[in-house]
Design a protein around this ligand. Structure first.
Ligand code: PLP
Length: 396
């Protein structure tokens, strides 16, 4: 070929160099949307699946694959698939359960609000019926499952905002008895505290936006599957639904999980000290913390001992929205925000955020009162967290 013009050189010079022989210690960000091969014959083999490799970012990406492998390893899954958000991951797991018109999903009654919306508004539009049950009442759950013959049982490891721990092993047994699949949203516990597949679940789902990323700067979701036969459905949703995890987010989350153990140990220790401190506070009516619950033995069976998680919920003494707002407005260090699982301590008011769409009666039935505040405890020095919460409580 003739010497290329500068405009052409600017496009191609330096690109598509041979990868280094030295293996990068940390996974690089492979941002390329597409891949080329030495010949069409080689490319054809990749398209046909004969040579497993990369073709196009929506089908697979080396950085994203590193995160998938990491999560499949730590939660002992057969494989893992990533998605653009936790909701996209939950959608994929439900899709993998082959729901059709009139199939029933039996969901824990205190599921994350958007998960209910997904079930009612999206799957409901295709005729899927959602029923709810109190998953902490195992006899009633078993009876309801036997009666409804659901295709799916959907649970959360730790409920929001009352922080009830789910007996995943018992739910898995009930699911098996009726031929249902068990999906566990493990977002609130993270893989460091709970391994749902070990306890009998078929799928563990995470909003990676929370503890996995851990720094409030990446949005993503992941499904870890126990059985190889779920791969086509989960990969299919990724490729054809197209809600893939961006390589930039995957890199942030891959970095995030490296410190998950360290962060969570600190966060859980902080949370327990805070819960203990607040349970003696004159301005607080009630503290919710899994290690202080009546069923602390169950907490030990489900969560890594001695940890009780890194969330603490409180009900303020006069239990009104006004006092909750005054308390939250007075915080100077802890941050008013709706997410959780970050290095920062985040404080949210469930009645006006995660459970806003529910009627006051439904909130009352679930035990979510106006004076309830959820604290996602961060990695700061606990003395500073307590001092900030103390001074804000004084200002109620
Ligand atoms: N599951 C739980 C328990 C959540 O709390 C959330 C979000 O808050 C989600 C799923 C959805 O995750 P994302 O916001 O990443 O879609």
């Amino acid at each position: 070929m003739n010497e290329l013009e500068i405009a052409t050189q600017l496009v191609h010079a330096g690109e598509r160099r041979e990868p280094p022989v030295g293996v990068p210690v940390a996974t690089p960000i492979y941002s390329s949307a597409t891949y080329t091969y030495a010949s069409m014959a080689e490319m054809d083999k990749v398209f046909s699946g004969e040579s497993p490799d990369y073709i196009y970012a929506r089908y697979g990406n080396p950085t994203v694959a590193a995160l998938q492998e990491a999560l499949a390893t730590v939660e002992k899954g057969n494989f893992a698939c990533t998605y653009a958000s936790g909701m996209a991951a939950l959608h994929a797991a439900l899709f993998a359960c082959e729901l059709s018109a009139n199939s029933v999903v039996l969901a824990s009654r205190d599921l994350y609000g958007a998960s209910f919306d997904l079930l009612y508004k999206i799957f409901g539009a295709f005729g899927v019926k959602t029923q709810t049950a109190d998953f902490s009442d195992l006899d009633a759950l078993r009876e309801k499952a036997a009666e409804l013959k659901p295709r799916v049982l959907l649970a959360e490891t730790i409920s929001n905002p009352l922080l009830k721990v789910c007996d995943i092993a018992a739910c898995a047994e009930i699911a098996r008895e009726v031929g249902a699949r068990l999906i566990v949203d493990n977002t609130f516990a993270s893989p460091y505290l709970c391994q749902p597949l070990d306890l009998g679940a078929d799928f563990s789902v995470h909003s990676a936006t929370k503890y996995l990323g851990g720094h409030a700067d990446a949005t993503g979701g992941i499904v870890i599957a126990k059985q190889e036969f779920d791969r086509p459905a989960l990969v299919g949703v990724m490729k054809l639904g197209g809600g893939v995890l961006s390589v930039w987010e995957a890199h942030q989350i891959l970095r995030g999980i490296k410190t998950l153990g360290l962060r969570l140990e600190r966060q859980c220790q902080n949370a327990e000290i805070l819960a203990e401190h607040l349970s003696k506070h004159s301005r607080i009516e009630k503290v919710f913390y899994p290690n202080f619950s009546e069923d602390v033995q169950l907490t030990g069976k489900v969560l890594r001992e001695p940890f009780g998680g890194a969330l603490v919920s409180i009900i303020l003494k006069d239990n009104t929205r006004e006092s909750a707002f005054r308390f939250m407005d007075a915080l100077e260090l802890c941050i008013r925000a709706t997410s959780l699982g970050d290095v920062f301590t985040l404080v949210s008011h469930s009645a006006t955020s995660s459970h806003r769409e529910l009627s006051p009666k439904r909130r009352a039935d679930l035990g979510i009162s106006d004076g309830l505040v959820r604290i996602s405890v961060g990695i700061e020095d606990i003395k500073d967290i307590i001092a900030d919460i103390e001074q804000a409580l004084e200002k109620i």
